[in-house]
Design a protein around this ligand. Structure first.
Ligand code: PLP
Length: 359
């Protein structure tokens, strides 16, 4: 599909852009352009692909996303390599997952090539927004929502696919700090048969109250237990977990449909295996977490996702009290995995898996 180019009437002047990306933080310095593709069941599906100025989207007040929340998204990054080229990390995995989310939310799939073309076009067009800071990236947010004006409850017939970019600084200004985690007691993120494996906005809406509770208890993030037994560790609001043990094994919760299948998770399974560790996808209980942390059997707990890469969990808190993992600081495997993964992404470490895709 060809993308129409709609010229920007007034792109951000270079000096303003440079000031904005010098210390962009996360999630607020948006670039000048956006890609949009429309979907209409009655017009043969996907059409009207274009790149143009980033601008508000006009929506009918009855647009079904506003009522029944048919919405999915992806989160990925473009990195600058030492030779100046731009690269994506496993973008075809994001395209595939986007379509898995679409199927669960009764939304149309988008051809993977079209998804990838849209992402690459957005990155190329706004490449000047790459922040010139170590650990900086262009964070890419592809998303799709139901735009049809109709209040009956059924899958919509019209959708919009959009790609926007955010200039992002190092997530860890001043170094990586271990996070403190609150074990949610009253809330679950996902139940068997629910939407936990789909990257859909509603999962995040549902996580905000427990996340606020975590902050009230002096924690950074919340960890969710399974909905049935309230016993098994699932994941954080937006990161998967790995438990690194003294006997050389690593446990990560299995993908049973209630956990988001992270691409960082999948990459870490491969990388930890290469370290000679035995990675097992099996349930790990909250009781086991505490016991193994206290006995010293558990060396580290790693939280992972695109935004924060690999972050150690230092302390776990619940009404039953707190426990500390390992040294409570940044231990060996967290540091090693973090450096290796960011190294591959930034082009400093050899990409032996074919994970890196040039834009
Ligand atoms: C996106 C996401 C992750 C991490 O996935 P990555 O592909 O590694 O970025 C983990 N959990 C949830 C709930 C997510 O939405």
């Amino acid at each position: 599909m060809n993308f129409e180019t709609i010229p920007h009437p007034s792109p951000t002047p270079a000096d303003e852009r440079e000031a904005a990306i010098a210390d962009p933080g996360f999630g607020k310095v948006f670039t000048d352009h956006m890609v949009t593709i429309d979907y209409d069941e009655d017009k043969g599906g996907w059409h009207n692909a274009r790149i143009g100025p980033r601008e508000p989207i006009a929506l009918d007040p009855a647009a079904s996303v506003l009522h029944y929340a048919q919405e999915i998204f992806e989160g990925m990054k473009a990195y600058k390599h030492p030779d100046g080229s731009l690269a994506l990390f496993r973008p075809e995995a994001n395209a595939r997952r986007f379509n898995e989310s679409a199927r669960r939310m009764a939304m149309p799939e988008i051809p993977e090539d079209l998804f990838l073309d849209a992402v690459k076009l957005a990155v190329k067009t706004d490449a000047d927004w790459m922040p010139p800071v170590e650990g900086g990236s262009l964070y890419i947010r592809p998303f799709m929502f139901a735009s049809e004006a109709f209040l009956g409850v059924r899958p919509a017939k019209q959708y919009k696919f959009v790609v926007i970019l955010v200039s992002s600084g190092n997530y860890f200004k001043g170094g990586v700090n271990p996070v403190k985690i609150w074990v949610s007691q009253d809330y679950v993120r996902a139940a068997p048969g629910g939407t936990g494996a789909a990257k859909t906005g509603g999962n995040y809406a549902a996580s905000l109250v427990p996340q606020a509770e975590a902050i009230e208890h002096g924690c950074d993030q919340v960890v969710f237990l399974d909905a049935v037994e309230k016993k098994w560790i699932e994941e954080l609001g937006g990161m998967n977990l790995f438990f690194v043990r003294k006997d050389g094994s690593v446990i990560t919760p299995p993908l049973t449909g209630t956990i988001l299948p992270g691409i960082t998770r999948d990459s870490l399974i491969a990388m930890l295996t290469e370290e000679g560790l035995e990675v097992r996808e099996e349930p790990y209980s909250i009781a086991q977490w505490r016991e193994e942390a206290e006995s010293g059997e558990l060396l580290e707990t790693l939280a992972c996702g695109t935004a924060a890469v690999v972050t150690p969990v230092g302390t776990v808190a619940s009404p039953a009290g707190e426990f500390t993992i390992g040294t409570g600081g940044i231990d060996q495997m967290a540091q090693k995995m973090r450096e290796k993964l960011t190294g591959v992404q930034n082009g400093a470490v050899e990409d032996r898996h074919g994970w890196v895709v040039r834009v």
